[in-house]
Design a binder for this molecule. Sequence first.
Ligand SMILES: NC(=O)c1ccc[n+]([C@@H]2O[C@H](COP(=O)([O-])OP(=O)(O)OC[C@H]3O[C@@H](n4cnc5c(N)ncnc54)[C@H](O)[C@@H]3O)[C@@H](O)[C@H]2O)c1
Length: 315
Amino acid sequence: MPHTDMILVIGANGQIGSELLAALRNEYGIDKVIASDIRTPGKELNDSGPFELLDVLDKSALERIIRRYRITTIYHLAAMLSAIAENKPLSGWHLNMGGLLNVLQSSVDLGVSRVFWPSSIAAFGLHSPRQNTDQWVVMDPNTVYGISKLAGEGWCNYYFEKKNLDVRSLRFPGLISYKTLPGGGTTDYAIDIFYHALKSKHYTCFLRADTRLPMMYMPDAIRGTLELMQTPAGKINIRTSYNFSAINFTPEEIASSIKKVIPGFSIDYKPDFRQAIAESWPESMNDTQARADWNWHSEYDLDAMVKDMLQHIER
Ligand SMILES: NC(=O)c1ccc[n+]([C@@H]2O[C@H](COP(=O)([O-])OP(=O)(O)OC[C@H]3O[C@@H](n4cnc5c(N)ncnc54)[C@H](O)[C@@H]3O)[C@@H](O)[C@H]2O)c1
């Protein structure tokens, strides 16, 4: 990315945004990266560089910010996540689709050249193969979140093909991190479990013991996002969204890994409505295309991630 680029992060207060923002500022300079969110940021984020309050559904406000800072690249992260959107389907659709379309169209109208937007493993569905799920398979999501991600992938590809906008995207698995709390997704158990392990040595999981899902530690996800965005455009062959994979595990397996560090830890299971959501998603992903096109590889395995999470949360 040229150093003259001006970057806007939308949804910067969130689980991914707060870490991506820090990484982008570290890489490109504090004044080159404008944070924005519908919520006022905490002190740490507020003090870390320029911030604008923005509802991404307000297209005029978005365009004012793009013009004021002469934005050339947007990372659009504002969305309603899977479990919350299932309880508010129409608002979920409105935010997830309306926000993306505002970003794509304003980018074309105002000369923003590059957009990053995350899709999700939720874009797959009940008839998608569940093991080692390939880039190109049947996709029939049955959650409003998944429907919005699949439709969003189509719109990203459309704006690339028809409007020449350099849109790039990753199908994120469940992301595990300790800097902010998760935003209401189906994989949140794999974060909650660490806080309970350290506080009470017991966790009641909202998914069944054997529910396998693709996951990734946040440092891998942030590095992968930067690497994708730094790849020359000619090498990007997927303009819907790349399969993007690191580890996969079940609640039982992450509990065993935690027990290696906290021997007295125990877990029980009370599956709720999120069980059905998890069962409509892949168990593991094939990310051959990301490896081939931009040399993607993950660094953290389950035990390394668990050790690092426990150390940081304890601190
Ligand atoms: N976290 C994960 O495990 C995961 C997995 C797959 C995909 N994703 C995708 O990554 C993106 C970011 O996810 P996250 O986990 O950081 O979510 P999050 O809920 O933690 O953060 C989203 C942020 O967007 C902000 N926001 C909400 N409505 C807004 C609006 N109208 N205008 C501006 N900002 C608004 C929120 O205040 C919040 O700070 C989403 O598109 C999500 O679907 C996340």
